[in-house]
Design a protein around this ligand. Structure first.
Ligand SMILES: *Cc1c(COP(=O)(O)O)cnc(C)c1O
Length: 297
């Protein structure tokens, strides 16, 4: 009685539009964590891979293994791994971990050495968001990298806290903090293949200085861009929602003026009104906060 429909062609078009917005010099990594934001990780991965995506990102190894088992052959970045029992799966399924601190890096090196395997990884810097990522500076990072023979630094990344907020200087400060470390490493001859900072919002508002040579795009793929705050430039990215939630109409009836409708009598008809009762409720995920507020076609 109630179901969602996801448009494959709309997801493909959103991916194409993101690629066009960043241009040919910037790789677009498609974020398909959390079941592709509810759209279906395997399906979405197939669509974007068929549209040319070479990189996907998931949260943990389990999500990555699921994609491998479905035959997805692109590179897969595991962004929020941290449980040591998942290391085995990372190597076995050729998933690329994000390393969040230098102790983890030493662990990854020990593990890869014990298997005599090479383990490419992306190092995440906490440039000011205060969540995952190392806060150490260039010299300590260089020392830790220098101790590795099997773990190979393939990417450097960070994540923004306020990327759609143009009334805040936080993004500019984060870019500067990140670039400082990139330059410290570069001065020592360490230049990872991929340097990436941006998720959807910097792409949507064209903040090119935050692109590096890769962007990690999540909600834009599904058709959404966060509304900007402050003095934002014009949005340059055109994407449309790919998911519709549908439900059957169970009954249509006429109520007189002044009749109450729904729990708590939340709505009172102002005039004789035709009412449609739709087969979707709280158990299906309709937020209770939408009582007397939401709308549907
Ligand atoms: C979820 C996530 C993204 C994608 O974010 P969107 O705002 O949905 O584009 C990018 N990078 C990291 C580290 C994430 O966790």
């Amino acid at each position: 009685r109630t179901w969602v429909e996801v448009s494959r062609s709309q997801i493909a078009e959103n991916f194409r539009n993101v690629r066009q917005a960043v241009g040919p010099g910037v790789e677009v990594l498609a974020v398909v964590k959390a079941g592709a934001y509810g759209h279906g990780a395997v399906e979405v991965s197939r669509i974007v891979a068929a549209s040319g995506a070479r990189w996907l990102a998931v949260s943990d190894a389990e999500e990555g293994v699921l994609l491998r088992k479905a035959g997805i052959g692109t590179r897969i970045l595991v962004m929020a791994e941290g449980l040591c029992f998942e290391r085995e799966a990372l190597l076995e399924h050729q998933l690329t971990p994000v390393v969040h601190d230098l102790e983890d890096l030493a662990e990854l090196e020990r593990f890869a050495a014990s298997r005599n395997a090479r383990a490419p990884y992306h190092l995440k810097l906490d440039s000011g968001m205060g969540r995952l990522g190392t806060r150490t500076g260039g010299p300590e990072i260089l020392e830790a990298i220098g101790r590795c023979r099997h773990a190979e630094l393939e990417g450097l990344m960070t994540h923004f806290a306020s990327s759609a907020d143009y009334s805040s200087s936080q993004t500019a400060e984060q870019i500067a903090a990140f670039q400082r470390v990139v330059e410290e490493l570069g001065a020592a001859g360490v230049r990872p293949r991929w340097v990436h900072m941006s998720s959807t919002n910097p792409v949507a508002y064209g903040r090119r200085e935050a692109f590096g040579n890769m962007v990690r795009v999540g909600h834009a793929l599904y058709g959404y861009v966060s509304p900007a705050k402050g003095d934002a430039p014009k949005r340059t990215l055109d994407v449309q929602p790919a998911l519709s939630w549908r439900a059957r109409v169970l009954a249509i009836k006429d109520l007189p003026a002044g009749a109450l409708v729904g729990y708590g009598g939340a709505y009172r008809t102002e005039r004789p009104t035709k009412i449609a009762v739709v087969a979707a409720g709280y158990a299906d995920g309709v937020p209770r906060h939408l009582s007397d507020r939401g709308s549907a076609f």
